[in-house]
Design a protein around this ligand. Structure first.
Ligand code: E4P
Length: 220
């Protein structure tokens, strides 16, 4: 499963990229607003830090203006992936852009039928929002499971990009089901390293090593 960071904060992206934990980045208008940065500038900077897809979202609601915005966004870098909402205009824009060889992420997916439409429109990625689905009394993992089943039934190439991931258990379940990608806040990616027995093990090894009085590095 690929890991995308769901953020527009440069320092967080740099840290994860250095650790080799980043296959791409997703942003949305709320994350751009939170960053306080200019959308085009920060997207360009992010694209230079990661080799993989960087999702940048259009804000128009009609197809013609979406296409104009997508044109401006895809000029930023080759790894820009245009993010469009799951509406008829968004799907129309998706079909046109992927037909031209541009990557498209169809976002705000809350049902398996919507995901079916995104795949039929040729989306590169579909983004089902797990956490927001849970928040509204549904099971976000059932959504991922249904989309996986449907995409496998018809051999769709569209990748399932599990979004709105809130915690480590979401990540584990997505990996078990076979989501292609999970986009997560950096703190969730970093939390995956945590295990009490790892901490305890390090503590024990350090204590025993201290008793030996040895050092590995001999030259001072
Ligand atoms: C996906 O691409 C979205 O940016 C994101 O995952 C939304 O997550 P949220 O529900 O935590 O805002």
């Amino acid at each position: 499963m690929k890991f995308f960071a769901d953020t527009a904060e440069i320092s967080e992206i740099e840290e994860l990229a250095e650790a080799g934990l980043l296959d791409g980045v997703t942003t949305n208008p709320s994350l751009i607003a939170k960053s306080g940065r200019n959308f085009l500038e920060v997207t360009k900077e992010i694209c230079s830090l990661v080799d993989g897809p960087v999702s940048a979202e259009v804000v128009a609601l009609d197809h013609d203006t979406m296409m104009k915005e997508a044109e401006a966004l895809r000029r930023i870098a080759d790894n820009v992936c245009i993010k469009v909402p799951l509406t008829i205009d968004g799907l129309k824009t998706c079909r046109k852009l992927t037909g031209d060889g541009t990557m498209v992420n169809v976002t705000l997916c809350f049902s398996a039928n919507q995901a079916l439409l995104a795949a039929k429109a040729g989306a590169t990625f579909v983004s089902p929002f797990v956490g927001r689905h849970d928040d509204n009394g549904f099971d976000g993992m059932d959504l991922i499971r249904d989309i996986r089943l449907i995409y496998d039934n018809y051999l769709f190439d569209t990748e399932i990009l599990a979004a709105s991931i809130r915690h480590a258990t979401h990540v584990l379940e997505c990996a078990r089901i076979g989501a292609d990608v999970a986009t997560m806040p950096p703190k969730v990616i970093k939390s995956l390293v945590n295990h009490v027995l790892t901490d305890k093990g390090i503590e024990g090894f350090m204590a025993d090593w201290g008793k030996t009085g040895q050092t590995i590095l001999t030259d001072k």
